[in-house]
Structures are given as C-alpha cells and as structure tokens.
Design a binder for this molecule. Structure first.
Ligand SMILES: NC(=O)c1ccc[n+]([C@@H]2O[C@H](COP(=O)([O-])OP(=O)(O)OC[C@H]3O[C@@H](n4cnc5c(N)ncnc54)[C@H](O)[C@@H]3O)[C@@H](O)[C@H]2O)c1
Length: 247
C-alpha cells in the first residue's frame, strides 16, 4: 500500500519504518529540514534499538523515502498517517495547534479521497472535529480513523512490531478493513485488533495513559511510606506484582 506519514518524530518515524518493513511504499514527511536531511542520508535522529538498521534496510530497498514537501507527500499516500506532537500546555491541556495546522495543510493538497489515520494522542472528539474540518477545506472525502499509538520509548520498534493490541477507531467499514490489513502482519503473535467507535479509541488511549500514570503514582506513594518505615519497596513491589489481578 502507498502510505504517507506526516511527522517523523518518535511515533511517525517508527510507524513509517516499520510499515515499510512489512512491504508498504512509505513517504515520511516533516517540516524539520535538518531531520529530513539526516533521514535521507540514512541517519537516525533518535536512538531506539533496531530502528537505525531497519531505516537503512528500507531506504536501500526503495520502500521508504523522506521529504519536506507536503504536496508530494499527500499525493503519494492512499493512507495518510498523522503523527505530529500534541504537547501539554501549562494547564495540562494538549496544544492541538500544530495538529490542526497539519490537517489543514493536508486538506489543501488533496487531489483524491483518502483515509487519514490520527496516531497523535488527542482528546475525545478531536477526530470528529478533524473530519468536519476536512469537509470544510476540501471537496474530497476523507475518512478519519483514530489509531492511537501505545509504544514506549526505549522499546518502540518492538512495541510497534509486536503490539499488545491494535485499536482502530472508525465507523467506516472500508477504512477499518484497510487499516486492519496494514496491521495484520504485526499481530501474528495472535494479539487482538479491536475496531470500535472513534471516540472510544481516543478514550482508550487516554484511559491507558491515566491508568499507567496512576500505577506509577501509587507505587511512588508506597515507596515513600516504605522509606519512612525502613522497608525495601522492591520486596513489596514483587510481593504485590505476583498477584495476577495486579500484574
Ligand atoms: N513518544 C512517545 O513515546 C509516544 C507514544 C505514544 C503516543 N505518542 C503521541 O504521538 C504524537 C507524536 O509524538 P512524538 O513523540 O512522535 O512527537 P515528536 O515531537 O517526536 O515528533 C513530532 C514531529 O512532527 C513534526 N511536525 C510538527 N509540525 C509539523 C508540520 N507542520 N509538518 C510536518 N511535520 C511536523 C516535528 O518536526 C516532529 O518531527 C503525540 O501526540 C504524542 O503524545 C507519543
């Protein structure tokens, strides 16, 4: 499949490289010219085990290339992934300015109907807003799919290639089938692909982040109490972690 990934940061680069590695024809796009120059030369701007080797192999195989030219990028992909940053503002809310700017830019270059996959972590309802926005900016139909990313920095390639699950948020059967097909080579370990409403997919990502953060806060509180009582928190962590309900 011809794929475009807009945003060649952590998530976008890993997504593009791994999907090229499963045989797709991928163009990665970013507005950071330094980053794109590095990538074109086979250099990897981030350190992530296995990424550099996969990047070079797929560049050499001609399945992967990089550009700063949004028009070229948009025309290339049947499916356009969006993986730009959504950084937290001072009040904790995500800044979606960059995401909406990219979406509008993509709309301006569309020359046919496409599937757009939002990999960025976004508040519930954002994909609905993007679809409405696309309809205002272009006459071509864009089916917006939420496909949140669950990878961890440090094991990003492995997490992407062997995900615990894939979540696809859409009510469009054709778009769901297309994104499922792209992920099928990654779930040969029998992990599930869940297709659900877009807002449920967006909520799944927020709920997963909130749950993981709660666990960290919880064990940090327990560690403080352990320190005060002269207990090694690692003993406690192992003791509770062996309970399958806690895991
Ligand atoms: N890093 C993680 O571990 C992780 C995991 C899961 C989800 N996410 C989410 O994925 C999204 C991306 O995160 P990231 O860590 O990859 O961010 P990042 O900052 O590493 O990458 C974002 C990229 O988008 C590019 N970009 C910004 N504006 C652009 C534009 N107008 N045109 C083209 N490119 C543009 C930037 O230059 C940058 O290279 C965020 O929503 C984040 O919350 C991140």
């Amino acid at each position: 499949m011809r794929l475009t990934v807009v945003g060649s940061g952590y998530v976008g680069l890993v997504t593009g490289v791994c999907l090229a590695d499963t045989g797709n024809d991928v163009v990665g796009c970013d507005n950071d010219t330094g980053k794109i120059d590095t990538l074109k030369q086979g250099g990897c701007p981030i350190f992530e085990p296995g990424l550099s080797e996969l990047l070079r192999a797929n560049l050499d195989a001609g399945r992967l290339r990089f550009t700063t030219d949004m028009s070229e990028a948009v025309h290339h992909g049947e499916v356009i992934f969006v993986a730009v940053g959504t950084p937290a503002r001072d009040d904790g809310s995500p800044d979606l300015t960059g995401l909406y700017a990219v979406v509008d830019e993509i709309a301006g270059h569309l020359n046919e109907s496409k599937v757009m996959v939002i990999k960025s972590t976004v508040p519930i309802g954002t994909c609905d807003n993007i679809e409405t926005r696309m309809a205002r900016h272009t006459k071509y139909r864009v089916s917006v799919v939420s496909c949140p990313e669950f990878l961890k920095e440090g094991t990003a390639v492995d997490d992407f290639q062997r995900p615990d699950r894939v979540v696809i948020g859409t009510a469009d059967p054709a778009a769901a089938a297309c994104i499922r097909e792209l992920h099928e080579p990654l779930v040969r370990n029998q992990r599930p692909i869940f297709v659900m409403p877009r807002v449920a997919a967006e909520m799944t990502k927020y709920a997963a982040n909130a749950y993981l953060a709660t666990r960290i806060s919880f064990i940090n509180h327990i560690a403080n109490i352990c320190d005060a009582l002269g207990i090694d928190v690692n003993d406690v962590r192992t003791g509770i972690g062996s309970d399958a309900r806690i895991g």
